[in-house]
Design a protein. Structure first.
Length: 339
């Protein structure tokens, strides 16, 4: 709490959530002011009126609350409250007026924040650093229970094998070759390259392979215990992830699916071809990974000698070039004239 907060109404003295619980500083308050100006400017354009009152901004946010993510809603609330603080300090509002405006920030009855928000891939965590991975693995490893221990191993090997969370269950390891049952394969819809995909784990030593084999055996035993319901197991491990990531500041919003994004980023930065990455990830199109998964600039390994996986040529041959590649090829083809 700032030293000047004692002079403010109680409703403006609370710590701001703004995506996470945080105390206000001069830096965050300036950031709130800048963002509020953006909110007011956007609303002014929508209304066609250059002069927008703070009450109009509040009403607009209240109506938008169901379509906003919770962290976005709380961030906008923090910006509006900062504007209210500034106006109150300047003598532009009474205590009663401030309390009335703050009360209006709450969504309409029956319209919960984020109830209609879209949760596409753009809202998911795509990248994380090795230090974040190490912190999560360390905390999980100290916890009792098979779920925590298995999740620690899954987080550790995830960026090296790139499987979907549900694909951890049901895969098998033969020597250095990992066989993965593709979760999204559909021959009718031309999704995925095969019901089972395979690749060789080049960077795994004997101890790492033994640990991975033990993990797969434990996970497959769990899969049998729930009669093949992989979604149930994913929910179980996701809940453990949520309970643990709050203990690591850099792991905000981290999910097990982020290991697959990081896998793509690592391979791309190491110089793997688009087709090889697609085959390792089970994509039918070479353009899927670069359009929807981790960026090469966020990869951990910027050296060409890093080669964690090797995909069989017959798997790579099943990958389509993708729309962008077809466009580039067509651009260099000579124009054919027909009589």
């Amino acid at each position: 709490m700032n030293s000047n907060d004692a002079k403010l109404p109680l409703c403006l003295q609370e710590t701001d959530k703004a995506g996470k619980i945080r105390s206000r500083t001069a830096k965050t308050e300036n950031a709130y002011r800048i963002r509020y100006l953006g909110l007011a400017r956007t609303l002014a354009k929508q209304l066609g009126d250059p002069h927008v009152e703070i009450g109009q901004v509040i009403d607009s946010l209240r109506h938008r609350a169901p379509a906003l993510a919770k962290r976005s809603y709380y961030l906008y609330c923090a910006c509006i409250k900062q504007e209210l603080r500034d106006i109150y300090v300047d003598g532009g509002l009474t205590v009663e007026a401030v309390e009335d405006l703050v009360a209006r920030l709450k969504p309409d009855a029956g319209a919960a924040v984020g109830s209609k928000s879209k949760t596409g891939s753009s809202r998911k965590r795509r990248h994380f650093r090795p230090v974040t991975q190490g912190a999560m693995v360390s905390i999980l490893g100290q916890r009792k229970g098979n779920t925590a221990q298995n999740l620690a191993c899954m987080l550790e090997v995830g960026p090296e094998i790139g499987v979907r969370p549900c694909e951890f269950f049901g895969c098998r390891l033969e020597g250095k070759t990992l066989y993965v049952r593709s979760a999204k394969f559909s021959a009718e819809n031309e999704r995925g390259i095969a019901a089972w995909r395979q690749f060789e784990l080049l960077e795994f030593g004997k101890e790492e392979l033994a640990e991975l084999a033990d993990l797969i055996e434990r996970l497959n035993e769990e899969l049998r215990s729930v009669e093949g319901d992989r979604e149930k197991l994913v929910r179980r491990y996701s809940a453990m992830m949520r309970r643990t990531r709050c203990l690591v500041p850099s792991a905000s919003d981290l999910t097990l699916a982020a290991t697959r994004h990081q896998f793509r980023a690592n391979l791309a930065r190491a110089g793997y071809r688009r087709e090889d990455i697609a085959a390792a990830m089970g994509h039918a199109s070479a353009g899927t990974a670069e359009a929807h998964y981790g960026r090469s600039t966020k990869g951990w390994y910027p050296i060409d000698s890093y080669r964690p996986v090797s995909v069989p040529a017959n798997m790579v041959a099943l990958v389509r070039p993708g729309a962008r590649a077809k466009f580039r090829e067509a651009a260099y083809e000579p124009i054919k004239f027909h009589p």
